[in-house]
Design a protein around this ligand. Structure first.
Ligand code: AMP
Length: 541
C-alpha cells in the first residue's frame, strides 16, 4: 500500500504567504539607527519581501545563488529573510562582528555577487570592498546620506520589482539559507539550510514545550540575525503570526527593556551576557519596567549560570535554557519541566534549569564515549551526537571536514554531555577549545599561531577563562625564549593589526612551558584548571 497524501514541498515561501494572508495586521517593530521607531504590519512585510524577490529575479539572481546581507536586526533584514529565498536565492548572512579578513574569506568562499547592507555599516564594507568581488551593493539608506559610487538605494531597488514576482519552482531540498560557523581549525565553515529544514525547525521551536510561539506572542530575538538565523525565530514568528520587535543596533539593556515594556514583548532570546546586563539594569531601576514581569527569557549559546537563573526569577522573569548549534538550524534542545518535576524544591529546580534541556522533536540524540554509547543515567559523559531533518549532513564545499560526522550518519557536536533518564541534557565541557565571548567565537588556535610568531615567544596556548560579563575571555599562557620579556600591552599591540579588537587576549600568564599530552599536543585542560580562578583586571561591568 502506498500513502495517499500530497507531496507538497515545504518552503519558506509558504511561511511568508501564511504571514501575509492570515495575519496581515501583525506588527513588526524596529529601532532605526537614530533610535526612532519603525513600525509596519505583516501585510507590508509580505508585499515588500515579494518586491525584493521580484527585483532580485529581474537583476538576474539565479536559483541557488547566495545573496549576502550585512545588517542589524530590523524589518528590512526580515524582508531579506523572505525575499531572497522566495527569489530562489540563498540568504547569506554575514557576521558584522568578524574581522574584515574573515569576511573576505567567507565572501570569497560562498561567492555572493549581491550584498544588501545597512548604511551605518558602509565603513565596515569600505575596509574590505576592494578585496571581494561583488557586482551589486544595495544600501538600506536609513540616514538618507550619499551612497558610495555604484551602490543602489534599497527602496529604489525594490520599487523596480513591485508586483512583478514570478514564483520560482522551489524544491524543499533547495538551499534557502547560508551561515558560517567558526571551526576548531580556525577557518569558518558554511552550513546551508534547505527550505525543508527551515520549515520543520520553525514548527518544532514553536511548540508549547519548546518556545510556545503563537499569534498572541510578541518576540524579540536579541541574538543577531547574522548569527544562526537569530535562532530561527524570525521564520517561526512569521509562520505563527507572532509580532516581532527588533532592537536594531541598540543592544544596551535599558534600550532593550524599554522596548520590551513599550511593545508588550513576551519572549526574548539572548546569550547569557545579554541577560546579565538586563539583571543589572533591573537591579538599578526598580519598578521602571512593570510590563516585563512574566517575560519568557530564552538563554542559550553558552551555559546559563545558576546565579543568573535565580536573579531573573527574582525579577519575575521566566527563564528557559536552550542549547543549539549553527549546524542544527540551530535549536537542538530547550528546557521545560516535566510534570513529575513539579515537586522539586526551589534550589533543586534552579539546578535542574541549568541543564540544557530536552531534545526537540525530530532531533535524535546519543552520547558516545570510548566504551561506546553511554547510558542515560545523568552521570556517564561522552560526546553528544545528533541526527535529524534539520541537522547539517556536511559543510559547504569543505572536503576535509568529514570527521565531524560518523560513518553511520550522526553529527558529532563536539560538546561533552551527560543525559539523564528523563532525557535532559547536561553539558559539561566542549571538546573544542574555542572561546565564546559575548555569544561570539574567538579561535584560540588562530591567536596562538599569531602569538607564536612574536620574536620573544617560545610557545603559547590560549584558553578561555570564565568572565563575569562576557562568559569567557581569552588568556594567553606564554613561555618566553630565554632572556626575553613580554607585557600584555606589547602582546596586544603586536596582534592588533591582524584581529578584531575583541579577539585580543585580556590577560597574559608567563609560564615555564606549556603542558603537553603524551602525544606532544598542548594540554589545555591543565592550563584551564590552573587558571580557572583568574581575577580579571579589565572591567567586569
Ligand atoms: P554556535 O554554532 O556558534 O551557535 O555555537 C554552538 C556551540 O555553543 C555549542 O556547540 C555549544 O558548545 C555552545 N552552546 C550553545 N548553547 C549552549 C548552552 N545552553 N550551554 C552551553 N553551551 C552552549
Amino acid at each position: 500500500m502506498r500513502a495517499t497524501m500530497m507531496d507538497v514541498p515545504l518552503t519558506v515561501a509558504q511561511i511568508l504567504e501564511r504571514a501575509g494572508r492570515l495575519f496581515p495586521d501583525t506588527e513588526i517593530v524596529s529601532r532605526r539607527p537614530d533610535k526612532s521607531i519603525h513600525r509596519y504590519r505583516h501585510a507590508e512585510l509580505h508585499g515588500r519581501a515579494l518586491a525584493l524577490a521580484a527585483a532580485l529575479q529581474k537583476a538576474g539572481v539565479k536559483q541557488g545563488e547566495p545573496v549576502a546581507t550585512l545588517m542589524w536586526n530590523h524589518a528590512v533584514h526580515l524582508e531579506a529573510y523572505f525575499g531572497i529565498p522566495c527569489a530562489g536565492g540563498v540568504l547569506h548572512t554575514l557576521n558584522l562582528r568578524l574581522h574584515p579578513n574573515d569576511l573576505v574569506y567567507i565572501v570569497d568562499h560562498a561567492g555572493p555577487r549581491t550584498l544588501i547592507i545597512d548604511d551605518v555599516l558602509l565603513p565596515l564594507l569600505a575596509e574590505f570592498r576592494d578585496r571581494v568581488r561583488l557586482d551589486r551593493v544595495i544600501v538600506v539608506n536609513w540616514g538618507k546620506g550619499a551612497l558610495p559610487e555604484g551602490a543602489v538605494d534599497y527602496e529604489d531597488f525594490i520599487a523596480a520589482g513591485a508586483a512583478g514576482y514570478v514564483p520560482p519552482e522551489l524544491d524543499e531540498t533547495d538551499a534557502a539559507g547560508l551561515c558560517y560557523t567558526s571551526g576548531t581549525t580556525g577557518k569558518p565553515k558554511g552550513v546551508v539550510y534547505s527550505h525543508r529544514a527551515i520549515v520543520l525547525h520553525s514548527l518544532a521551536i514553536s511548540l508549547p514545550d519548546v518556545l510556545s510561539i503563537s499569534h498572541r506572542s510578541a518576540v524579540m530575538p536579541v541574538v543577531p540575525m547574522f548569527h544562526a538565523n537569530a535562532w530561527g525565530e524570525p521564520f517561526a514568528c512569521a509562520m505563527m503570526g507572532a509580532k516581532q520587535v527588533f532592537p536594531g543596533a541598540h543592544l544596551d539593556a535599558v534600550n532593550l527593556l524599554d522596548l520590551w515594556n513599550d511593545e508588550g514583548v513576551t519572549l526574548v532570546s539572548g546569550v547569557p551576557t545579554v541577560w546579565l546586563a538586563v539583571v543589572r539594569a533591573l537591579d538599578e531601576n526598580p519598578g521602571r519596567w512593570p510590563r516585563v514581569k512574566g517575560l519568557r527569557a530564552l538563554i542559550g549559546g553558552a551555559a546559563a549560570p545558576e546565579g543568573l537563573l535565580r536573579a531573573l526569577i527574582k525579577h519575575g522573569i521566566d527563564p528557559a535554557h536552550g542549547w543549539g548549534m549553527t549546524e542544527i538550524t540551530p535549536v537542538g534542545a530547550i528546557h521545560s519541566f516535566k510534570r513529575k518535576l513539579d515537586t522539586l524544591p526551589p534550589d533543586a529546580r534552579i539546578a535542574h534549569l541549568a541543564k540544557q534541556g530536552l531534545p526537540l522533536p525530530l532531533v535524535e540524540t546519543r552520547v558516545v564515549n570510548d566504551s561506546g554509547e553511554a547510558p542515560w543515567d545523568g552521570a556517564s559523559v561522552g560526546e553528544l551526537q545528533v541526527r535529524g531533518p534539520f541537522v547539517a549532513a556536511r559543510y559547504h564545499n569543505q572536503p576535509d571536514s568529514g570527521d565531524r560526522w560518523t560513518s553511520d550518519g550522526w553529527f558529532k557536536t563536539g560538546d561533552v554531555v551527560a543525559m539523564d533518564a528523563d532525557g535532559y541534557i547536561k553539558l559539561s565541557d566542549r571538546t573544542k577549545d574555542l572561546i565564546k565571548s559575548g555569544g561570539e567565537w574567538i579561535s584560540s588556535v588562530e591567536l596562538e599561531n599569531a602569538i607564536m610568531g612574536h620574536p620573544a615567544v617560545a610557545e603559547a596556548a590560549v584558553i578561555a577563562v570564565a568572565h563575569p560579563r562576557w562568559d569567557e575571555r581569552p588568556l594567553a599562557a606564554v613561555a618566553l625564549k630565554p632572556g626575553n620579556s613580554l607585557s600584555l600591552e606589547d602582546l596586544r599591540a603586536y596582534l592588533a593589526p591582524h584581529f578584531a579588537k575583541w579577539w585580543l587576549p585580556d590577560a597574559i600568564a608567563i609560564v615555564d612551558q606549556i603542558p603537553r599530552t603524551s602525544t606532544g599536543k598542548f594540554q589545555k585542560s591543565v592550563l584551564r584548571e590552573r587558571f580557572k580562578d583568574w581575577t580579571w583586571d579589565i572591567p567586569t561591568r
